[in-house]
Design a protein around this ligand. Structure first.
Ligand SMILES: *Cc1c(COP(=O)(O)O)cnc(C)c1O
Length: 399
């Protein structure tokens, strides 16, 4: 009996070590990792640059609290601002905390302007923003809200892609629009550039803020540093996590100077958020992500993965009905139940992947994935679909 909360339907599989895009179980079995700890291990496993950085940081100062200046944090913040729309950063330990900070920042901005009753945020069906009380209200997934008392007030949920519905939903209390440019957990749905541009325009017309949740789709994963760059717009506030620490718990809320100005001393805080150890890792990760050619190589890998997935869909049209996503946040909508298919891939073909909403198989390899490894993963997928066909034919007994 496990002494843990039963909040996960865990597999008994446990890994002992990792190397690049491969994980090795306790019995030595090798797995190809297209899961990346849910889009977290951006640089794969045991990246030498990150390992060196964390070792050397561990011998200095791990933690001081944010009541002191943290040079590694200052450095990471200015590098992030340099590379994005943002002027100011608040560091957290997770994606859900980055979303909390984003919601608080948006609401506080209007409060500081004397418009305290402007607190309503327009969000979207199929989104996922994390598991705090604020984030489950923002996500609006009934299954995640059930049993936890009255949800945090002030969120409206609409169908993604319907600009007219957004326009119609905007009222005097609306303060912001919150969206994932590519929905991850909800079903790997990429928003169109037109929709993203339309949301930006509506925000500008109505004096509202655009909040992007790039916790999963950001940090290079789609082939741009941030996914919103594909549509040529910028947000006012952005939540980041997952890839930013490449496995070390770290998140960030980025904002423009005008919006961040309302977050004065006392309005928000975090004991651990952005501590020296986390930010040393964050800086080392950023060294790799922003190295010349890195994001371009992610873009190439993403295009290759999508090309191969489209080929696979042509080969197995009875199993794959749609290829979704952007770059290395890819998905295939499949006919076999995705939960079972994930287990089949793992146990029979030693490929790690993850399910998403709408019966989508989500493929999230480390950003360092090679063409060869993509081909191997595709081959494993093909083998898995072929095995299903053979079982259906009843020829499995002859194996
Ligand atoms: C994972 C995720 C979150 C929550 O991040 P945690 O680190 O699990 O709190 C929020 N938004 C999106 C889009 C995510 O994928």
């Amino acid at each position: 009996m496990s002494a843990l909360y039963g909040t996960y339907a865990r597999s008994e599989l446990a890994f002992e070590r990792g190397e690049g895009v491969r994980l090795f179980a306790q019995d030595g079995t090798e797995y190809l990792d297209f899961h990346s700890g849910i889009a977290v291990n951006a640089l794969g496993h045991a990246d030498p640059h990150i390992v060196t950085a964390i070792k050397s940081a561990a011998e200095k100062v791990w933690h001081t609290s944010n009541t002191f200046t943290i040079p590694e944090q200052e450095k990471l913040a200015s590098r992030l601002c340099e590379a994005t729309f943002a002027d100011a950063v608040f560091f957290t330990n997770s994606g859900t905390e980055a979303i909390e900070c984003a919601i608080k920042t948006a609401r506080r901005h209007f409060y500081a302007k004397g418009e305290a009753d402007r607190y309503e945020i327009i969000a979207f069906n199929g989104s996922f923003h994390g598991r705090t009380m604020g984030a489950i209200a923002a996500g609006g997934n009934p299954g995640y809200l059930e049993g936890f008392g009255p949800p945090l007030e002030g969120f409206k949920h609409l169908a993604p892609g319907d600009l007219d519905a957004v326009k119609a939903a905007i009222g005097p209390q609306s303060c912001a629009i919150l969206i994932e440019p590519v929905q991850g957990e909800g079903g790997v749905t990429a928003m169109t550039p037109e929709f993203m541009q339309g949301l930006r325009r509506l925000c500008d017309e109505h004096g509202m803020l655009l909040i992007l949740d790039e916790v999963q789709c950001g940090y290079g994963r789609t082939g741009m540093f941030f996914a919103h760059e594909w549509s040529g717009i910028t947000p006012d506030i952005m939540a980041v996590a997952k890839g930013i620490g490449a496995g070390f718990p770290l998140g960030a809320c980025l904002a423009t100077a005008e919006v961040a100005a309302a977050m004065v001393p006392g309005t928000h805080g975090s004991t651990y958020g952005g501590n020296p150890l986390a930010c040393a890792v964050g800086n080392a990760v950023l060294d790799r992500i922003l190295a010349p050619g890195f994001i371009e190589s992610v873009n190439n890998a993403g295009q290759s993965l999508h090309w191969h997935l489209r080929q696979l869909a042509q080969r197995f049209p009875h199993h794959i009905t749609e290829v979704r996503g952007k770059g290395l946040l890819a998905g295939i909508k499949i006919k076999p139940p995705v939960k079972d298919f994930v287990v089949r891939l793992r146990d029979d073909h030693h490929l790690l992947a993850i399910g998403a909403g709408d019966n989508v198989l989500r493929l999230l390899p480390p950003l360092i994935i090679s063409e060869d490894d993509i081909k191997q993963a595709i081959e494993k997928l093909a083998e898995a679909f072929t095995a299903i066909d053979r079982e259906a034919d009843g020829t499995i007994a002859a194996d």
